[in-house]
Design a protein around this ligand. Structure first.
Ligand SMILES: [Zn+2]
Ligand SMILES: [Zn+2]
Length: 315
């Protein structure tokens, strides 16, 4: 069967949400074009410097590859974090990532939880378990990653931080916030995030309209070597997200294009809410000075370290 776009090469992908069969090069171009449209809408075209939060996983490679296809790679800085997970973070992966980014002309910088937080993720998890706490590794990891990425964005003077979250991730987050009734978080997940603090570098997700299966195919067609080992902490992942993920797959399967429609509807709602609400400036943490959520004096990260016995608080 021939490709529905070029009509000459053999089709290799069935894009269920458009009903088209595409060859590999038309598919790659289709993904790049959709990323470019979303990235321009998110303001990447006007940014002088953009920090790309990478991990060595497929989505971060797709992010770097697509963004550098239409933006000067000199405006991009990739930032990688070694969480310090035994058997998962390997030097060889960072080397591979570095080589790949160098070919694209993108500089790579990085840090580790050990350097940036004071403890590796394994050490934090062990300390919290030692105190009998049942906090999942992903809770620590997500919070500290966000903090380190934001700090790196400030350090390099980036106007924007771009992450590799895809459509599946984004819709799961929207549904979780809906189920929790968290309106303020809902608006912040939106397409054009509100800047709530001078200490926050605005975060954007240029892959937010690309299905996860599409980033996988993109990586496969491009022959990327990426981190395929599953994180050993995956079994401790919050169950809410995996339940929502299964539900979303069932809905998408029944009615292809559902995830895109959910996201587009949500963007319209977020826009209306944003215009009618004044969220005000975010408070800053009394311990580390980083921005935190409304109603908090100490940020979630510092609170987690205190409860795990890794940080003393006199406050
Ligand atoms: Zn084609
Ligand atoms: Zn703090």
């Amino acid at each position: 069967m021939k490709c529905d776009i070029c009509g000459s090469r053999n089709a290799r992908v069935y894009q269920k949400h458009t009903g088209r069969r595409l060859c590999d090069s038309c598919f790659l171009e289709n993904v790049r074009n959709r990323v470019r449209l979303e990235a321009i809408r998110l303001g990447l075209g006007n940014a002088k410097k953009i920090l790309l939060a990478v991990s060595g996983g497929k989505d971060s490679l797709v992010l770097a590859d697509t963004i550098s296809s239409f933006l000067d790679p000199g405006r991009l800085v990739a930032f990688n974090i070694m969480e310090g997970i035994e058997g998962y973070n390997r030097e060889s992966q960072v080397k591979e990532l570095e080589r790949y980014l160098r070919d694209l002309g993108v500089e790579l910088i990085g840090t580790s939880f050990k350097d940036g937080v004071g403890y590796s993720l394994d050490e934090i998890v062990r300390a919290s378990q030692g105190r009998g706490l049942k906090i999942s590794a992903c809770t620590f990891c997500g919070g500290f990653r966000r903090k380190l990425i934001n700090q790196a964005g400030r350090d390099v003077g980036a106007d924007l931080v771009a992450t590799g979250h895809n459509l599946d991730d984004e819709v799961q987050t929207i549904i979780i916030n809906l189920l929790r009734g968290d309106v303020k978080k809902l608006v912040r997940v939106g397409d054009l995030p509100v800047k709530l603090s001078d200490k926050f570098v605005t975060r954007v997700k240029p892959l937010r309209k690309i299905y996860e299966w599409e980033t996988t195919m993109y990586a496969y067609f491009k022959g990327f070597k990426f981190q395929e080992t599953e994180c050993p902490y995956i079994s401790s992942r919050p169950t809410m997200r995996s339940k929502v993920r299964d539900l979303m797959y069932a809905i998408e399967d029944e009615s292809p294009g559902s995830l895109l429609r959910i996201l587009e509807t949500y963007d319209k709602i977020a826009e209306t809410v944003r215009r009618s609400s004044s969220l005000g400036e975010l408070p800053t943490c009394r311990i580390c000075g980083e921005p935190t959520s409304f109603g908090r004096e100490i940020c979630k990260n510092c609170e987690l370290l205190i409860s795990s016995g890794l940080l003393k608080s006199d406050l």
